[in-house]
Design a protein around this ligand. Structure first.
Ligand SMILES: [Zn+2]
Length: 180
């Protein structure tokens, strides 16, 4: 099953990422001589909350949660996904990051995340205003598997996931008396 992850960025960087994909990420590793930066690793998280623990440290870091991009990684690419806690090692840097909390949600994708995998974009500001943003995902954030009529015309069909489909279907049946 494909999986949904999120990538947070600044308003300034969002347009370029939407256009070119997520490709400039890097991972830092501690070596004897100090640190090495390894290009080609994109940061993802399973946590969709704009209040990311890593961003609470400074206003500059908070700015990096201005926009949330939701990405669907196809199951065939899971071999390129690494859970950060499995590969972070036990150096001081890793310990400091773990101390902040929330790192169980962090994943790294080895390679480039193409623009086609980006399925939803919503700024923190619009989220706060209750705007839906742009999304091809179900309203709950999951991958849609069904279409459901939400209006009169067929072209108003809404993409929903299995769970929301059953909920909505049940609610509709109860409303119309089709289910007792
Ligand atoms: Zn749903």
């Amino acid at each position: 099953m494909d999986r949904v992850f999120h990538h947070f960025t600044t308003l300034a960087c969002a347009a370029q990422i939407i256009d070119e994909g997520i490709r400039l990420g890097r991972m830092i590793q501690v070596v004897e001589q100090g640190y090495v930066q390894m290009n080609g690793y994109q940061w993802l998280t399973t946590d969709n909350d704009y209040d990311q623990a890593w961003a609470a440290q400074s206003p500059q870091l908070r700015g990096r949660t201005e926009v949330r991009l939701s990405v669907v990684v196809p199951a065939l690419e899971f071999n390129n996904l690494k859970h950060w806690v499995d590969i972070c090692g036990d150096d001081d840097l890793a310990a400091a990051l773990k101390e902040q909390g929330g790192c169980d949600s962090w994943w790294l994708f080895k390679g480039v995340i193409p623009p086609e995998w980006i399925k939803a974009v919503l700024s923190h500001e619009d989220f706060a205003k209750g705007e839906p943003g742009w999304s091809e995902l179900c309203a709950c954030g999951a991958i849609p598997t069904q279409k459901m009529m939400n209006g009169k015309a067929l072209d108003m069909a809404e993409d929903v996931c299995d769970a929301c489909y059953s909920e909505k279907f049940k609610a509709k049946m109860l409303r119309t008396g089709g289910l007792h």
